[in-house]
Design a protein around this ligand. Structure first.
Ligand code: BGC
Length: 755
């Protein structure tokens, strides 16, 4: 412990210590002026600063200072670009410094278990590897500026429905491989100053008072040394939370939490030592914040806007480009249709709502790029404040589409459709948007749809249009970025960080969401997103990792530097990628691993590496990955650790999860022998799988044949006989053995097997 902090704690009264464990108002820690402890300010997050000066709330209702609204995590994730996400983090850190904010409440890394979660736009992916690697970059970026982060919402907060009370029930393997894994790497690598404990419960206990989560896993196993803060209003029993490892309750509970701590100290439920631990972490955070404050810090609004545009450009995903309709030419008549072209949707509702410094308008940006070379027409097409179709607006749009060479329709989900605080009911866009697209496609063969939405939608018109862009909620500059890509100033280079299913009933959690109001059971286990669709062979609209480019990339020469490794060693995988098209572009190379044969159910493939590269026409590069034990392991609940089952693994290089272009096989040998323990319920099959068991069975077989009762087995092949008996437990042999195989004999055999 820092000497100064030790000193301060030794001088504190019990009341002062208690007071530090909860916030002041909505956004500050408490001060202890007598001892020179000042307060620091925290603010939302994650994709820009939401610093409130006046009235405060955690739902994005009251206003906040102007700040750059960067692309939301939905769009950041589709960049698959750790560097770009790091740059955004750095810029957010600068804005925090300029506003005197010491901790930004983000990133959000919860797994997109169902596309219906209202907050999916704030989260990265359905895949923990992608989510945690991007989050680590974000954290490092922000913290490089002397501003802390708060990775959230720890953990298993995957729906808004009953988010403040629901019990997420999942087995440990599922938690470790999917839901905790999204946090694990980000926390170990990024070392966030704080971690925000979620509203919900996990396997019975509220996250804020879940000792297993906050102390056993987070601190003892992952070695986390920072502070744990509650989500806003997430504490139920303050003393229990303190004991479990929750240091700071936010916001102020107006003395409620403090009373509970006081009482618990009096009746011995917690000790002053427990309290000191939390106080120490609060003080460490406060001093870190104060020491890192940069006086007179400012930032360049224009530069940050440009950065927001650059990264949005990286995240826009081209989903369809029939007949190479894209990029568009700056000529002829172009119909720009849809209110989003003039009034874009670029961020989501709730606590992440940023008050932008400026907003790019697609129509204006297109006009700038086409420089009067093309004749631009505009029609609103639908209203933002109503989801009903408006025939007058549709007819206007049809009218201009008829006169145009190409129609670009801006559509998606209006703000009311997705927000913190509630989930979506289905995957539909408003009827008004869908009908508009269908009607325009009837009168114009060249339709391009530009989507602005935070999560997957159904596209009933997918076959009727030639071009589709998914922009997600791309921040205040997304419209500038889309204009540039539409006209080929840049080639699109985003790929989907989640699956777009064909329909809701295909989604993995469909039968087990949203639960019964009290609990939601994660019965699909580790089979989330593409892990589910691929393993079950379910067709999807667009797969995980998918995205087109205006150029082409060819892959060749996959190499592994070893064909066999121990699980304590690493293997290097390399592959060559060449831009074979005529324009420059970026490609995202994805590496997936499959356990070819496994004694537990495992997904058909899992993402274990990705890289984004820029290539000029004809340029070729070699990309390499290093895989360690975790790339091959699953979480074994019996040994309570990551475990690699000895055997062959396929290493696949893909353009998407569905488009695997090259693969190699290597053998990985486990260095963690799992000792098999036999008991009376072990089966003949289990004995057959074990060398010692097999030997014992051989001897037994010979003895059995000598007994009159088993004389029927004379001349029968042991293999055939045992096939029929393989599910028989050892106790069954005693039962059918008619005294020839006794309980004592069985026990002796079990002892021998377990030696
Ligand atoms: C949200 C958090 C947010 C906090 C403060 C809560 O309702 O879940 O993500 O950081 O409010 O606004």
């Amino acid at each position: 412990m820092n000497q100064n902090i030790k000193e301060i704690i030794s001088q504190m009264t019990l009341e002062e210590k208690i007071s530090l464990c909860s916030g002041e108002g909505f956004w500050h820690t408490k001060a202890v002026e007598r001892l020179g402890v000042e307060k620091i300010m925290v603010s939302d997050g994650p994709h820009g600063l939401r610093k409130q000066k006046g009235k405060a709330d955690n739902l994005g209702i009251y206003n906040s200072v102007n700040a750059t609204c960067f692309p939301t995590a939905s769009c950041l994730a589709s960049t698959w670009d750790t560097e770009a996400v790091g740059e955004i983090g750095k810029a957010i850190g600068e804005e925090c410094q300029a506003e005197g904010v010491s901790v930004i409440l983000g990133p959000g890394v919860n797994i997109k278990r169902t596309p219906l979660c209202g907050r999916n736009f704030e989260y990265f992916s359905e895949d923990p590897y992608l989510a945690s690697h991007l989050a680590a970059s974000y954290i490092k970026g922000v913290q490089s500026q002397g501003v802390g982060t708060s990775i959230k919402h720890f953990a298993v907060n995957n729906q808004e429905y009953r988010r403040m009370a629901i019990d997420a029930v999942a087995d440990e393997r599922t938690l470790r491989e999917i839901y905790l894994a999204a946090f694990e790497y980000a926390i170990k690598e990024g070392k966030p100053w704080t971690i925000m404990a979620a509203y919900n419960r996990v396997n019975g206990d509220y996250c804020t008072q879940n000792h297993w989560l906050l102390t056993k896993v987070l601190r003892e196993e992952w070695g986390y040394e920072g502070l744990v803060v509650s989500d806003w209003g997430a504490v139920d029993e303050r003393a229990k939370a303190l004991k479990a490892g929750l240091d700071l309750e936010m916001p102020s509970s107006n003395g409620f939490g403090e009373n509970q701590i006081r009482r618990a100290l009096q009746n011995g439920e917690i000790t002053e030592e427990d309290l000191d631990k939390a106080v120490e972490r609060v003080l460490e955070l406060v001093f870190k914040g104060l020491e890192n404050k940069k006086k007179n810090a400012t930032y360049d609004k224009e530069k940050h806007h440009e950065l927001a545009k650059k990264v949005a450009r990286e995240g826009i995903v081209l989903l369809k480009n029939q007949d190479n309709i894209l990029p568009l030419k700056k000529e002829g008549t172009i119909a720009i249709i849809g209110e989003f072209a003039k009034n874009p949707r670029f961020e989501g509702g709730g606590s992440s709502h940023v008050n932008p410094t400026k907003i790019d308008i697609a129509f204006d940006e297109i006009a700038k790029i086409t420089e009067n070379k093309a004749n631009l027409l505009y029609a609103r097409g639908y209203k933002l404040d109503s989801t009903d179709t408006d025939n007058y607006l549709i007819n206007q749009a049809i009218d201009i589409a008829k006169q145009s060479d190409v129609a670009v329709i801006f559509a998606g989900l209006p703000e009311i459709y997705e927000s913190e605080g509630y989930d979506r009911k289905d995957l539909s866009m408003p009827k008004s948007h869908n009908i508009l697209i269908e009607e325009i496609a009837k009168v114009n063969k060249n339709v391009v749809v530009v989507l602005m939405n935070g999560a997957p939608i159904e596209m009933p018109w997918v076959d009727k249009v030639k071009g589709i862009f998914e922009c997600y909620l791309g921040g205040q500059a997304v419209s500038g970025a889309i204009a540039e890509i539409l006209f080929g100033l840049y080639s699109p280079c985003g790929k989907l960080p989640e699956t777009f299913p064909l329909k809701l009933s295909h989604t993995p959690a469909y039968l087990n969401y949203p639960g019964d109001g009290k609990k939601v059971e994660y019965k699909e286990g580790v089979f989330v997103g593409y892990r589910y669709y691929d393993t079950k062979g379910i067709d999807v609209l667009f797969p995980f990792g998918y995205g087109l480019s205006y150029t082409n990339f060819e892959y060749s020469d996959i190499k592994v530097d070893k064909k066999e490794i121990k699980d304590t060693e690493t293997v290097k995988v390399s592959v060559k990628v060449k831009n074979t098209g005529s324009i420059a572009g970026k490609e995202i190379i994805q590496l997936y691993v499959r356990d070819i044969e496994s004694s537990v159910q495992r997904p058909l493939k899992e993402l274990k590496g990705f890289k984004k590269v820029y290539l000029a026409p004809d340029e070729e590069t070699e990309v390499s990955f290093e895989l360690d034990k975790r790339a091959f392991a699953y979480y074994n609940e019996y040994i309570k650790d990551w475990f690699v089952e000895t055997g062959d693994f396929e290493i696949m290089i893909g353009k998407s999860s569905k488009d695997i272009v090259l693969s190699e096989t290597i053998k990985v040998i486990s260095t963690t022998p799992i000792k098999k323990v036999f008991d009376r319920n072990s089966t003949i099959a289990e004995l057959m799988d074990d060398p010692k068991g097999k030997e014992i069975l051989n001897i037994m077989w010979e003895n059995m044949k000598k007994n009159a009762i088993f004389s029927a087995f004379q001349g029968v092949d042991m293999g055939i006989a045992l096939t029929f008996m393989k599910e028989m437990p050892l106790r069954g042999l005693v039962m059918f053995g008619a005294g020839h195989f006794t309980e004592e004999m069985m026990n002796e055999m079990i002892n021998k097997l377990n030696e």
